[in-house]
Design a protein around this ligand. Structure first.
Ligand SMILES: [Zn+2]
Length: 140
C-alpha cells in the first residue's frame, strides 16, 4: 500500500510497510520542509498524528475530556461539567466545521479552568483530538 507525501507541494507516493509505523514523507528533505511549514503555520499543514499520542479511534472527544477531568479529579465541577457538555456538542453529527472551531476554543478555555492547579500534561491529546475533528469536519 502507498500513501501520498504529507509535505506541502509534494505529491509523490510513499510506500508503506504493513505492520510498521506509517511514513509521512517521501524523503528526509520533505520531512524537514513539512516541519518548517508546520512551525510557521500550525493550522495549514495536515499531518497524521504521531502514533504514541493518538487516541484510540473509538474514543470520542467527550471520552477524552471526561478522562482528563477524571485524571485531574475535576469532573464534578461546574467548568468540568460544562466542558463535558461542550465536548458532546462538538462531537455530535450536526455540528458544522465553523462551530467546531468556535466550540473547541471554548472547550480549551473551560478545560484550562477546570484543570487549573492540577498536574499538567493534559491538553496535548485534547488538542490533537479537536484538531483532527476540525479537519474531519472541514473535509466532510
Ligand atoms: Zn515528498
Amino acid at each position: 500500500m502507498t500513501t501520498v507525501c504529507n509535505a506541502p507541494n509534494c505529491a509523490k507516493t510513499v510506500p508503506q510497510t504493513p505492520g510498521k509505523r506509517a511514513r509521512l514523507y517521501c524523503d528526509a528533505n520533505c520531512r524537514n520542509k513539512a516541519h518548517a511549514a508546520r512551525k510557521a503555520n500550525p493550522a495549514a499543514v495536515p499531518t497524521i498524528p504521531a502514533q504514541a499520542d493518538t487516541p484510540p479511534v473509538d474514543m470520542t472527544l467527550a471520552d477524552v475530556v471526561k478522562r482528563d477531568l477524571e485524571l485531574g479529579e475535576r469532573l464534578e465541577t461546574l467548568p468540568g461539567q460544562l466542558a463535558l457538555a461542550l465536548a458532546v456538542r462538538i462531537g455530535s453529527p450536526g455540528t458544522t466545521a465553523s462551530s467546531v472551531a468556535t466550540l473547541s476554543k471554548e472547550l480549551r478555555v473551560l478545560m484550562a479552568e477546570a484543570l487549573a492547579g492540577t498536574a499538567p500534561k493534559q491538553g496535548d491529546l485534547l488538542d490533537e483530538f479537536s484538531e483532527r475533528l476540525a479537519r474531519k469536519a472541514a473535509s466532510a
